[in-house]
Write a new protein. Sequence first.
Length: 401
Amino acid sequence: MLIDMSSDTTFIPLSVPCLGGREREYLTSCVDDNWVSSVGPFVRRFEGAFAQHVGASHAIACASGTAALHLAMLAAGVEPGDLILVSSLTFIASVNAIRHAGADPVLVDCHPGSWQMDMDRVSRFLMEECDTREGTCRHRQSGRRVAGIVPVHILGHGADLPALLAIAARHHLVVVEDAAEALGVRIAGRHAGTFGRLGCFSFNGNKTITTGAGGMVVTDDRTLADRVRHLSEQAKLPGSEYVHDAVGYNYRMSNLHAAVGLAQLEQLTGHLAAKRAIADRYASAFAGRAGIGWIRPTEGVDPAWWLFTLTIDPAITGLTARQVMAHLKEQGIESRPLWQPIHLSPAHTGALFLGGEVAERLYDQALSLPSSVGLSATDQDRVIETITELLMSNQRRSNHA
């Protein structure tokens, strides 16, 4: 993104990596030892350390979060023609992975407080529009199997998984968690991503820890773990002969990326503490300001606050989120709106959707603020003061109008 820096003011990015640990040391080791591919030792070290951290029995490192989701869909038994319930307010990769597996999404609106998947809508759809018998749930109108549900834990928060798991068990749905933004989130004391049959994480450059590009599948089921690993390695059978027993994928993480990931994971406790401190400071600064709100954690969820995101009600503030974003950009401060809800996306035209009003309102009103682990108090003050001054200036103009 190009910023017109006409003054000496330092640009404040939205969310950038904090490479303050042993990344250089581990990368140098890869180069010195000539282990750069996916068979290098840092891949298994990163997988083992990550599984231990989240409390899963197995972890498989992948080339991206999207690759992790795709493999999880296949390993979970999702088949072409199936319907999969998934959040509509999410980054598009959550839904693309369902399509990659040949299935189609049923897009679910979000809860107005937590912004996570609305479990009441899920329950009503399954009870009123589907039939569950003999271990299978089918959509009554189309006759298609409803095979699974993908809760997406957005923005470092968590969905209501106790309610979701009860619904999934009642209707025989496999649960695959999209925890791409939820590293560090705990739900009823357990780490997000470990409740379903499989869970998926992302280590993109803007995440709490990064590998530059990468993802992870976690599961407690060895058979599923072996299946994910096998498919990620082009489904090649063991041995020196190049024999493949399925259509596989080149989805494994490289040793170089895993080396960075391991160094980042060693710093995770500090990164999470920084994220929570940033969120507390924003919340304190904007508390009680008319027309300004933010996400409210689901009961029983200890959030990780990946990106602190405000809502700006134009009916009260006289400003839209896009106007605030444009003003922040002029001041050298990066911010961003939430994703276009998937039920509005041209890429998924024709998908079934449940509700959508809440997701659309959040798309219009939400704005994510700078939340880098290394965000200084001085820079955060500048973000807060810039927004506050804009709101107050607009209020004064309105009063004089």
